[in-house]
Design a protein around this ligand. Structure first.
Ligand code: ABU
Length: 500
């Protein structure tokens, strides 16, 4: 009973050791119960409440902060409730997001990271983590296919920031004066990305003062792959208009369709026009771990930079995202400001290990340890097998959808990644001819089913419209504990909820 115990009674209080141990043991019990429930198919994925309900407070769970300290019993109840009203993203029936799963070794890594509570900017305070970062980044560069001796990188707070770095570096290498003089003296820069690429490329253009209007959006084929001829003609059009192309983003694993741009063709176009080639493999990068699937990223070795998020397909706990850069030293040159209070050149060790000035951040969370630990636990082979399992589930779903009359695939061809996109066709729309009225009604089906699904809480999948396509479901497999029975459950649930 912790009802008369307060945080002041914990360590470093001189008598705090025992009570600290008991408190943390109690917390671990709560976390273990949560981990157990996460893997239990009979437990809910979520216990949905509207924002106003959570804000008003539920059964003694108040989000409000008080002036007086609350006792540790209350804090433990709050911890339990925080998990209770959250979403179990590691549940085998959570198909909603690219990042999912609850890897026990990854979790252990995250706990250790929190206990160490240090900062990645200097070797001085993160000696082990800095070296781990170097080793993990080198391993990832090897997987990309860069030769020994080239390659650099950094762990970033998410793929959008990695993509932002790539635009920053591409601009800097071409116009290094931008670092001191800003954009005023630069010509009209333009960059290229496909219509299915992630919105963070446009966001990077906005943040870096290039402007979203200077992002040329290149057309894709029906599978969502960039069309190289369209890229070439966009570049020519930009040049004719007096703009200066400097950067192309190709996507390896688009967010919705999971499409892979033809990287070799894009690399040829970039080489011809002397453009920086970035590959946003935030989602698709994980496939590099699989001998069976890595060929889908052929050409990535010709990229100048690569975004790769291990918190997606590799199941590392959020967040764990990487930018890899082919040219060694460029990150440092582009971003360093040599703050004297932090990066003193006269320290007693090799200060090239003070990697913090490569970053646009100052404080940087330790994201490497959990991945390093997971990689050790699985080995590269084990990681490959995990990726294969996820893609096998996607193929199983695709095959199941092919046999069912109440569902319709968005892309008729076998998925390249683990995204499977489809419509549910309720009996009221079965046999209805294609046209505006059918589209109008079909557009409402997925959101209505999703709303009911969230109220019941037994499974979770996302939906979206895409260009001319009305709302459809997107199922993602990145959780290795998901099995075929979960796929069957998903389809049966959608049909049950949508049948009415
Ligand atoms: N950064 C893209 C993640 C989007 C998704 O999980 O659907």
């Amino acid at each position: 009973d912790f009802s008369s115990v307060y945080s002041k009674d914990l360590l470093p209080h001189p008598d705090g050791e025992k009570v600290t141990g008991s408190f943390l043991q109690e917390l671990v019990s709560i976390l273990l119960a949560y981990v157990g429930k996460t893997f239990d198919r009979s437990s809910k994925v979520l216990d949905f409440h509207h924002p106003h309900q959570l804000k008003e407070g539920l059964e003694g769970f108040s989000l409000e902060l008080s002036d007086q300290p609350e006792n540790l019993e209350q804090l433990l109840v709050d911890c339990r409730d925080t998990l209770k009203y959250g979403v179990k993203t590691g549940h085998p029936r959570f198909f909603n997001q690219l990042s999912s799963g609850l890897d026990v070794i990854g979790l252990a890594g995250e706990w250790l990271t929190a206990a160490a509570n240090t900062n990645m900017f200097t070797f001085e305070i993160s000696p082990v983590f800095i070296l781990m970062e170097e080793i993990v980044l080198r391993k990832m560069q090897e997987k990309v296919g860069w030769v020994e001796g080239e390659g650099d990188g950094i762990f970033c707070p998410g793929g959008s920031i990695s993509n932002l770095y790539s635009v920053l570096l591409a601009r800097y290498i071409r116009f290094p004066e931008v670092k001191t003089r800003g954009m005023a003296d630069l010509p009209k820069l333009v960059l290229f990305t496909s219509e299915h690429s992630h919105y963070s490329i446009k966001k990077a253009a906005a943040v870096l003062g290039i402007g979203t209007a200077n992002v040329f959006v290149v057309k894709c084929d029906e599978r969502g792959k960039m069309i190289p001829d369209q890229l070439e003609s966009s570049i020519m059009r930009a040049k004719t208009a007096g703009c200066v192309p400097f950067y192309v983003n190709a996507t390896a694993g688009t967010t919705v369709y999971g499409a892979f741009d033809p990287l070799l063709d894009v690399a040829d176009v970039c080489a011809k026009h002397n453009l920086w080639m970035h590959v946003d493999a935030a989602w698709g990068g994980g496939l590099l771990m699989s001998k069976r699937h890595r060929g889908k990223l052929r050409g990535i070795e010709r990229a100048s930079s690569v975004t790769w998020n291990p918190h997606k397909m590799m199941g590392a706990p959020l967040q764990c995202a990487v930018l890899l850069v082919r040219k060694k030293g460029l990150l440092q040159e582009c971003n360093q400001l040599k703050a004297e209070y932090l990066f003193q050149p006269d320290k007693q060790y090799d200060v090239s290990y003070d990697t913090g000035d490569k970053s646009i951040q100052c404080g940087r969370h330790v994201d490497v340890f959990k991945l390093w630990l997971m990689w050790k636990a699985k080995g590269s082979e084990g990681y490959g097998a995990q990726i294969n399992r996820c893609l096998e589930n996607a193929e199983y779903l695709f095959n199941s959808l092919c046999t069912r009359a109440d569902f319709e695939l968005v892309c008729k061809s076998k998925p390249e990644h683990s995204n499977v996109c489809f419509w549910y066709i309720p009996p009221s729309l079965a046999g209805m001819p294609p046209g505006l009225e059918r589209d109008r009604r079909l557009h409402q089906v997925a959101p209505e089913i999703k709303a009911k699904m969230m109220e019941e809480g037994m499974v979770m999948i996302s939906y979206q419209p895409l260009r001319e396509k009305v709302n459809f479901f997107r199922c993602i497999f990145s959780n290795p504990v998901t099995r075929k029975e979960d796929v069957d459950f998903l389809l049966d649930e959608i049909a049950r909820l949508g049948h009415g």
